[in-house]
Design a protein around this ligand. Structure first.
Ligand code: GZL
Length: 323
C-alpha cells in the first residue's frame, strides 16, 4: 500500500515538474525566450501602434521582451543593443532609425552568438550580420502612390509637394525612388518642392504653411507625404489657408493610421497605402524557427493595400476599435 501511495506521489509531482517546464517554454525552443527590441521612437501614430502590437504579441506568446525606445537616436539604439548583449538575450530585434552605421554593433552581436532581426526600415550592413529583415516594400509604396495620383489627375498639369520622411532612412529614400519611378512617365506631373518633415505631424504642418506662402497655392495640385502624420499636418495648414484639402489639393500618403481614414471620410484626403504594424509576429516566428534549426530567408515581406474615401468611415471605426 505504501509503495502505491509513493508511486502516485512521484507520478503527480513528476507531472507537475514537466508542466512547469512546459509553462516556461510555450514557443517550443525548450526555454522561455528573452528578446531585446530597440525601437526607433514614437514619432508617428503608426510607430506607436507598431510598439503596442509587438508588446501584446510578446505577452501573448510568453516572450520576455526587453523594450527600449531610442527617441530617434542611432546612438541610443547602439547602446541598447550593447545592453541586450550584456543581458545575454536569446535574440535582438532592431528597427533602425537610419540605414548606415550598424556594422560594428552587428559584429558585436554576431560575436556574442545572438541573432539579430532587422524590422521595418533597412540597414546597409552585410547580410551575414543579421538573420533576416521583416518589412514592407517601400519602393512599391511610392510607385503605388504615384500611380494613383497619375490616374486621379490624368491629362492635367500636376505640381506636387513632397513631404519626405527621416533623412537617411530607407523608408524615405525608397518611397521617393518609387514615386519618381512612376511620375517620370507623366510629363505633366512634377515634384516642385520636396522637404523632410522627419515623419512628424507638426513638421508636416509647418512645412506646408511655409510652402503655401512661397508658392502660388492655386498651382499646387497634390501633397505626397511619406507618412499619414505629415499628411494630416499638411491638411491642417491647407485648411488654415482657406483651401479645401482633398479637393483643391489632393492628399496621398502611407501608413493607413486611423486619423487618415477620418480625414478621408471628411473629404479632406484621397488615398493612403497601408503599412502593417503587425511586424512583431513574423519576427518572433523567424527567431523561433531559427532556434529550432531551420533556414530563414533574408527578407520576410509584409504587404499592404491602398485605401480610398469610399471605405474610410468603416475602416476608421474598425481601426479605432483595434488600437
Ligand atoms: C516606414 C516607417 C515609417 C512610417 C512612419 O516603414 O519606418 O516610420 O511610415 C514612421 O510613420 O515614422
Amino acid at each position: 500500500m505504501r509503495f502505491l501511495r509513493t508511486f502516485i506521489l512521484i507520478v503527480l509531482f513528476g507531472g507537475m515538474v514537466v508542466a512547469v517546464v512546459h509553462a516556461q517554454d510555450n514557443v517550443g525552443v525548450g526555454k522561455k525566450l528573452t528578446i531585446g527590441f530597440s525601437q526607433v521612437g514614437s514619432e508617428s501614430d503608426w510607430r506607436t501602434e507598431f510598439t503596442r502590437v509587438i508588446k501584446a504579441e510578446a505577452q501573448e506568446r510568453g516572450i520576455n521582451l526587453l523594450f527600449l525606445n531610442a527617441e530617434n537616436s542611432q546612438k541610443n539604439q547602439i547602446n541598447a543593443i550593447r545592453y541586450f548583449i550584456a543581458q545575454h538575450v536569446d535574440a535582438i530585434i532592431l528597427a533602425p532609425v537610419i540605414e548606415t552605421g550598424w556594422d560594428q554593433i552587428l559584429h558585436e552581436a554576431k560575436d556574442a552568438g545572438i541573432p539579430v532581426v532587422i524590422i521595418d526600415r533597412n540597414v546597409t550592413a552585410d547580410e551575414s550580420l543579421y538573420l533576416t529583415r521583416v518589412s514592407s516594400d517601400f519602393v512599391y509604396e511610392g510607385r503605388l502612390a504615384a500611380a494613383w495620383l497619375a490616374q486621379a489627375t490624368a491629362g492635367r498639369k500636376c505640381e506636387i509637394v513632397e513631404l519626405e520622411g527621416t533623412v537617411g532612412s530607407s523608408a524615405a529614400r525608397d518611397r521617393q525612388i518609387g514615386f519618381n519611378d512612376v511620375i517620370k512617365y507623366f510629363p505633366d506631373m512634377q515634384v516642385i518642392v520636396s522637404q523632410s518633415g522627419d515623419f512628424i505631424r507638426e513638421n508636416g504642418k509647418k512645412i506646408m504653411e511655409s510652402i503655401l506662402k512661397t508658392e502660388n497655392p492655386s498651382d499646387i495640385c497634390a501633397v505626397w507625404a511619406h507618412n499619414d502624420d505629415m499628411a494630416i499636418g499638411a491638411i491642417q495648414a491647407i485648411k488654415d489657408a482657406g483651401m479645401k484639402p482633398g479637393k483643391d489639393i489632393l492628399i496621398v500618403s502611407v501608413d493607413a493610421i486611423p486619423d487618415i481614414f477620418k480625414a478621408m471620410a471628411d473629404g479632406e484626403a484621397n488615398a493612403t497605402i497601408e503599412l502593417s504594424p503587425y511586424l512583431g509576429g513574423p519576427a518572433f516566428d523567424a527567431i523561433i524557427s531559427y532556434l529550432q534549426g531551420h533556414e530563414i530567408p533574408k527578407w520576410i515581406p509584409v504587404t499592404g493595400k491602398i485605401y480610398f474615401p469610399d471605405t474610410a468611415a468603416a475602416e476608421y471605426a474598425k481601426r479605432k476599435q483595434q488600437s
